[in-house]
Design a protein around this ligand. Structure first.
Ligand SMILES: [Mn+2]
Length: 468
């Protein structure tokens, strides 16, 4: 058996074990609030419904001591974590062993030890890299598929989770590729070669072009008027009557002209054709809906989670039309919140309120930005051309319960620095907790230790040389 077969057969063993649980016991499900967390939770809840089991769900930003304690005191005998848990083994030990804990996660385990009441499904246990190969939703999917073959009809949700966790890089690695195959075979998803423009379904084309920050188009990126002029040059009308057209409104000839035009403009870029690649289409969703493109869908889930409306995101995953409509409405509020955050940042940056060093910036937002948005802000800055490549972006916002949420990113796309390792080195000096992956990590610290945390961060960044 190779490592993949071992991983899949572990999923089967876990499912077989799970099936033995007496039907009278409700399952307590805990998941993470990002796109992958909501996807994971959607898959698991539907699998429970299908299995005729009762369940109750909580979506959390973190698994901390307080949560572990409250779970310890709840009456549930079975707890299932999705997209959470592997990194917090020591906390889980606080839960009495009369309760059985299932962990469906892809984060690097804090420990590989076997604990009697913990059933652990995680790719890292099989030397499969969970940060790249499979998401939390993928792990929840593999379990659910093993539990009941009908659950194959949720493979597309696992792909949305993987895209939300940035595991797609013009294709997937092995485990996600296997899951994608199920998604395509079930008729829920198709993969096309196309322009990788965010908002292909929903944004006016000239906007999608102007704000394609991931792939630079000289003369177009950053300029709506430049984008409109560019379209006119190619003989493509940006409007149809009074309304703006989207990428998906173009006919074949126009699309071909646009692709050629973009490639011509990008001739001097590192990889001119990198803007063309795989686009994941959800066949069950209407054309021009924000749920049609898997990347936009994952953004919508993130928005729901971060705006404290997780139930809408889960409803959208499970195809509830009413909740879908509400989730889409919340997307607008989320975008407003992002704009608010970016405006605050730009103002504070130019007035010198942001701490800046040679290879880092530290954004201490206090209560100015929602703590659930601080990671999103850092991610956007890391992908913009605002900061030099290889700049550490440390962002902080107060949660309001005496703790502060911290996020860390690195600007530029090619850097390979283990941010989880970086943040852990700073956090241990102030007794905080941390989590995340190589490319995006976060932490929780006590608000009254912010000052010390910032000093520790500065001294660590100053000692770190980045190789982009
Ligand atoms: Mn995840």
């Amino acid at each position: 058996m190779d490592k993949y077969e071992k991983f899949y057969s572990c999923a089967q063993r876990v499912a077989d074990e799970f099936r033995k649980i007496d039907a009278g016991h409700p399952i307590r499900i805990i998941s993470h609030l990002d796109a992958d967390g909501l996807s994971s939770c959607s898959i698991l809840t539907k699998a429970m419904k299908r299995a005729g089991r009762q369940y109750t769900v909580s979506i959390v930003q973190k698994l901390d001591e307080a949560l572990a304690e409250s779970l310890a005191n709840e009456p549930f005998s079975y707890i299932a974590f999705t997209d959470l848990g592997s990194g917090q083994f020591n906390l889980l030990k606080k839960i009495p062993d009369s309760k059985t804990i299932y962990i469906f996660d892809h984060h690097k385990p804090e420990s590989f030890e076997e604990i009697g009441n913990i059933v652990h499904l995680n790719p890292h246990l099989f030397e499969i890299d969970g940060s790249k190969e499979v998401s939390g939703a993928g792990v929840a999917y593999l379990f659910s598929r093993a539990l009941d073959a009908r659950n194959r009809d949720m493979a597309h949700i696992a792909i949305i989770g993987a895209i939300g966790d940035v595991q797609e890089n013009n294709g997937f690695e092995r485990v996600n590729t296997d899951i994608l195959k199920d998604a395509v075979e079930s008729g829920k998803m198709k993969v096309i070669q196309g322009l990788k423009l965010f908002g292909a379904q929903t944004k006016p084309l000239h906007n999608a072009l102007a704000y394609s920050t991931e792939h630079n188009i000289p003369g177009v990126t950053g300029s709506e008027s430049g984008a409109i002029q560019f379209l006119h040059q190619l003989g493509i009308s940006p409007k149809n009557g009074d309304s703006w057209r989207s990428l998906v409104d173009l006919d074949d000839r126009e699309l071909k002209n646009l692709v050629t035009g973009i490639l011509m403009r990008r001739l001097n870029e590192k990889e001119p054709e990198a803007i063309i690649g795989r686009v994941y289409i959800l066949l069950g969703e209407e054309k021009k809906s924000p749920l049609r493109d898997a990347k936009e869908f994952s953004t919508l889930l993130n928005a729901c989670g971060r705006m404290d409306k997780s139930e809408l995101g889960i409803g959208a995953c499970l195809g509830d039309e009413k909740l879908k409509a509400q989730a889409i409405a919340h997307l607008a509020l989320y975008k407003k919140e992002i704009v608010k955050g970016l405006t605050w940042f730009e103002k504070s940056y130019s007035s010198g309120e942001i701490i800046r060093g040679r290879n880092y910036i530290i954004i201490n937002a206090g209560r100015q930005i929602m703590h659930t948005m601080i990671g999103t802000l850092a991610s956007i800055l890391s992908k913009s051309n605002y900061l030099g490549e290889g700049t550490f972006i440390l962002s902080m916002a107060q949660i309001g319960d005496g703790n502060t949420k911290v996020s860390i990113r690195l600007s530029g796309s090619s850097a390979t620095t283990d941010l989880r390792g970086v943040i852990s080195g700073i956090v241990e000096k102030v007794d905080g907790s941390f989590g995340g992956h190589m490319g995006a990590a976060g932490a929780i610290i006590a608000t009254d230790r912010e000052g010390q945390f910032i000093e520790e961060a500065k001294s660590l960044f100053e000692k770190t040389a980045i190789t982009p």
